[in-house]
Design a protein around this ligand. Structure first.
Ligand SMILES: C[S@@+](CC[C@H](N)C(=O)[O-])C[C@H]1O[C@@H](n2cnc3c(N)ncnc32)[C@H](O)[C@@H]1O
Length: 230
């Protein structure tokens, strides 16, 4: 995307849609899938999932207002949003073919619990893909809290990427992979924040933190082994 001129809200939405498409390609999402999104926010992702011709789409979010917004924004009968937590998913065992999460797992207090719950609700052979920012090392928390308001407040948590991958393997996932995609994310985000309505002294530090090697934006994929129970 050309980042030279003014960035519009439509362009910002387009970049978020592109992120969803990346995740849906990585899963991969297939026609007929039952798909769960964890941390579904305002429900933008469900509309993107519908383009892949799923049987059913569910979004789960911790915040009731987000669930209400997402419900209002989606009227397809295959889609529904419910309130729930990433480490206590309100769905039966083996009820989804694919689980995805976009820019939400950095909030989750218990990534191991999220991994276990995702494995539980997936059918054997089920597919898993997450994209968001994780730290590159285990000691990035304090410097990130100096640079970024959301880490200072505890809204974002400094989960090291190696711990995320370990938690997924411990939950029984196979083919666990991580790819850094920050080169496609940070400059666009920085430009958006620069042009935003009320840029503050913290905003521009995302690019600084990435360039200092404190964090990266990752695409993480995994698969629940076929023939595995629960
Ligand atoms: C930055 S928003 C991203 C929303 C959406 N995925 C998107 O990309 O447009 C993160 C969302 O995760 C939700 N969230 C945070 N912690 C959660 C948890 N433990 N379980 C479920 N949802 C959570 C928040 O309420 C918020 O709606």
């Amino acid at each position: 995307m050309d980042l030279g001129g003014d960035l519009t809200v439509d362009q910002r939405v387009a970049t978020q849609e592109a992120l969803y498409d990346l995740v849906l390609d990585a899963l991969p999402a297939r026609a007929g899938d039952r798909v769960l999104e964890v941390g579904s926010g305002r429900g933008l992702g469900a509309r993107r999932v519908l383009r892949r011709d799923p049987t059913l789409v569910r979004g789960v979010d911790l915040v009731p207002e987000q669930v209400e917004r997402a419900t209002r924004a989606n009227d397809d009968p295959r889609v529904a949003f419910v309130r729930g937590s990433s480490d206590d998913l309100p769905f039966p065992d083996e009820s989804f073919d694919a689980v995805l999460s976009v820019e939400a797992a950095q909030h989750f207090p218990d990534v191991a619990g999220f991994a276990r719950e995702s494995a539980r609700v997936l059918v054997p052979g089920g597919r898993f893909a997450v994209t968001t920012f994780f730290t590159r090392t285990g000691d990035a928390g304090p410097p990130l809290a100096e640079l970024l308001k959301t880490f200072a407040s505890g809204l974002d948590r400094p989960h090291p990427i190696d711990d995320v991958l370990r938690d997924l393997r411990a939950a029984g996932f196979a083919d666990v992979t991580a790819r850094g995609i920050g080169e496609h994310v940070w400059r666009g985000l920085d430009r958006w924040l620069e042009l935003g309505p009320r840029p503050d002294r913290w905003d521009r530090n995302w690019l600084v933190a990435a360039e200092r090697g404190l964090l990266d934006y990752y695409l993480v994929t995994a698969r629940k082994p076929a023939g595995s129970g629960g």
